[in-house]
Every structure is written in structure tokens, then in C-alpha cells.
Ligand binder design. Structure first.
Ligand code: ADP
Length: 360
């Protein structure tokens, strides 16, 4: 598909260049032939004057001007050829031939350059489409897994003649869990699409960072309590221009991960302060950590570090950090991560205090 598009684009480039080339050549051809005709005419005129001078020496001190000749002020024999038409025809032919060669060379060069440029133009679109395809495939796979599980359980139950009330309850319970997973996944997909939209200034308002953090902490508290994890806060009450929902979601994602990937009875430290007009937030845990080789990928959609370790033990779809990254991008901020396996992870988020602030 992209090869055909590339060839089509090259053909368009060539067509445009051909039209421009032909137009320029026509203008150049008529300009050059006019100049040649004028040059040859003047040359022939000079020759005639020289001849006349030679026939009647001393009659004219100065040769007649071109205008004089045109107006007939001087007596020049009426049938004197202005120039040799054969020379003129030959010159015209040579000019035309040279222009054809120049155009052919231009077309060949443009063909290669056009093909190269078409490739470069289409590359980001191709990458975006591939990414989109990958995303759709991953999302469909994740959506299909719980659906297949539910379908199988229901089919088995329907075939079982002795299926009783308790078993039905278990089945519904299991189905409910799968539905929760589906809901979780669709919520994450919706969040991803919401924060990936363009930066809409209307979403930005004056937000209290401490309030956004408190809202997120309340959501994560039950999970933390279940693992006896303490969430310690040193979040200063900073006011910043932000998307309030986005900020709450951001804290929720980092807190959720910190709790999910930390052992029981550990601590999660969250701090926020303003440094050089930037809000700097750190979320630090002493959990399982992330291997250095995996760090560049953790913000990719559906990426889960060390699948064998986390996939079986901790529930997730690998979408949290990509949503967090979209929110940070929307705020024109940046995120850094440092981690030591089996020791812990620290995420540092930098957000501008003002929405329109240029960030360095
Ligand atoms: P999920 O947690 O649903 O798998 P995320 O996008 O939130 O997806 O995270 C991507 C991966 O990054 C996780 O699968 C996990 O391996 C790793 N990760 C994220 N946060 C932490 C953390 N605080 N400690 C250790 N690993 C983490």
C-alpha cells in the first residue's frame, strides 16, 4: 500500500516539475531565439554598413544606428538580407535540443529526488498507522481474553446436567470478575484516547496540587491498607494551571503502581515542591524495581516489564504509564525514572506551573 502511495506521490512530483520545466523552457526558448535573432540582425546590419562605407568613403563619419535603419532615415538597399536564415534555423534547433536534454536531466534527477522525498514524507504516516495497527491488535487481544474465559465457563455450565445453584453462583462470581477486567480495560482505553487529544486550553484551570493528591490517595488507600503499605506525603499546597482530572489520574497511576509493585509493610513516599517555576513531584517506593533494559519501554502502550514476573502476579494491562505520559505531555511536562531491581523505583515528574510556560 505504501509503495503504491510512494510511486503515486513521485508521479505527482514529476508531473509538477515537468509542467514547470516545460513552461520555463518555452519562455527560455522564445527569449533566447529573440536574442539570437536580434544579435544576428545587428551583426548583418553592421556588415552592410561596413560595405556601404567601403563603397563611398568619407560620406558618413558615423555608422547609422539601428533606429535610423528601421525608420528608413538612411539609404540601405531594400533587399539586403538582415541575417542568414539557415544559421538562425540551426541555432534554434540547437537551443531546442539543449532545452530538451536539460529537461530530461531535470526529470531524471527529480524522479530520484521525488521518490526519496515521497518516502520521507510517508514514513511518519506509515509508522503511525503501524502503531495504530499494533494498538488495535493488542487491545483486541486483551478484550478477547476475558470474553473467551466467560464464554467457555458458560458453555461448560450449560452442558452440565447436574449444574446446581452454588455452582451457578460461582460462575456468576467468576463472570463478574471478568466483567470488572473488561471495564477496567475500557476505562483505561478511554482515558488514553482522552488525554492523547490536542492540548485544549479549556481543560486547564487553577488547581491545588495537595487536593489532587488527596483525591488520588483516597482511591488507593484501600489497596495500600490491604498490603499494610504506608503512603507518606510531603506534597506542598502548590497552585498550578492544570487539567484537574488529569492531575488526579496522574497521582492515581503512580500511587497504584507504587503500591502494586511494593512488598507488604513497605512505604511509599510522595513529595512535591516548586523549583524554578516548575512543579517537581516524586513518587518513590521500595518495591521490585525495573531492570535498566526495560526502562525505555515502560511508557509504551501495553508494555509490561518482565512479563513472567509481573504478568502472573500483578494484574494490569500495561496502559497506566502510557496514560500518565499522555497527561504529562498534555501539560507540556516531562518524567524521569530511576530504578534498582529489588530495591525500588522513583518517578520524578516535572510540570510547568503556568499552562503556556515554555519548558526546558
Ligand atoms: P501495569 O501496571 O498495568 O502493568 P503500567 O503502564 O502502569 O502498566 O506499567 C508498565 C510496567 O512498568 C508494569 O508492568 C511494571 O512492570 C513496570 N512498573 C511501573 N511502575 C512500577 C513500579 N513502581 N515498580 C516496579 N515496576 C513498575
Amino acid at each position: 500500500m505504501f509503495r503504491a502511495a510512494r510511486l503515486k506521490l513521485t508521479a505527482w512530483y514529476l508531473l509538477i516539475i515537468t509542467v514547470i520545466g516545460v513552461l520555463f523552457s518555452l519562455v527560455a526558448y522564445s527569449g533566447l531565439t529573440f536574442e539570437v535573432r536580434r544579435g544576428l540582425g545587428l551583426q548583418a546590419l553592421r556588415a552592410v554598413i561596413e560595405r556601404e562605407k567601403a563603397r563611398a568613403p568619407g560620406e558618413n563619419a558615423l555608422p547609422p544606428s539601428f533606429m535610423e535603419r528601421r525608420s528608413g532615415a538612411r539609404a540601405i538597399p531594400p533587399h539586403t538580407p538582415v541575417f542568414d536564415p539557415q544559421v538562425f534555423a540551426e541555432t534554434k534547433r540547437r537551443i531546442a535540443l539543449q532545452l530538451v536534454f536539460i529537461n530530461l536531466g531535470l526529470l531524471t534527477l527529480s524522479g530520484f529526488a521525488g521518490y526519496f522525498l515521497a518516502g520521507r514524507t510517508l514514513k511518519p504516516i506509515e509508522e503511525m498507522l503501524n502503531e495504530q495497527k499494533r494498538f488495535t491488535a493488542d487491545a483486541s487481544h486483551e478484550l478477547r481474553t476475558p470474553l473467551t474465559a466467560m464464554k467457555t465457563e458458560i458453555e461448560v455450565a450449560l452442558r452440565d446436567q447436574s449444574f446446581d445453584k452454588d455452582q451457578a453462583k460461582d460462575l456468576l462470581q467468576s463472570n463478574l470478575e471478568e466483567i470488572d477486567r473488561l471495564q477496567f480495560l475500557s476505562d483505561h482505553l478511554l482515558a488514553l484516547s482522552r488525554y492523547q487529544k490536542d492540548r485544549d486550553s479549556r481543560d486547564f484551570e487553577e488547581v491545588s496540587l495537595a487536593e489532587a493528591f488527596a483525591e488520588a490517595a483516597v482511591k488507593i488507600q484501600p489497596l495500600a491498607e490491604a498490603k499494610s503499605i504506608q503512603i507518606l506525603s510531603d506534597v506542598q499546597d502548590i497552585s498550578l494551571e492544570a487539567d484537574k482530572d488529569g492531575l488526579v489520574k496522574l497521582f492515581t497511576i503512580f500511587l497504584d503502581n507504587a503500591v502494586k509493585y511494593s512488598p507488604e509493610n513497605s512505604k511509599v513516599n510522595v513529595a512535591a515542591a516548586v523549583r524554578k517555576n516548575k512543579v517537581v513531584i516524586t513518587v518513590q517506593d521500595s518495591g521490585i524495581g525495573i531492570r535498566a533494559g526495560e526502562l525505555p519501554y515502560i511508557f509504551n502502550r501495553f508494555y509490561r516489564a518482565d512479563a513472567s514476573r509481573t504478568k502472573n502476579q500483578v494484574h494490569g494491562y500495561g496502559l497506566g504509564l502510557s496514560i500518565a505520559k499522555s497527561i504529562i505531555d498534555k501539560h507540556n511536562g516531562k518524567v524521569e525514572v530511576s530504578s534498582t531491581p529489588e530495591k525500588g523505583t522513583t518517578f520524578t515528574i516535572f510540570l510547568p506551573q503556568k499552562h503556556r510556560q515554555i519548558f526546558s
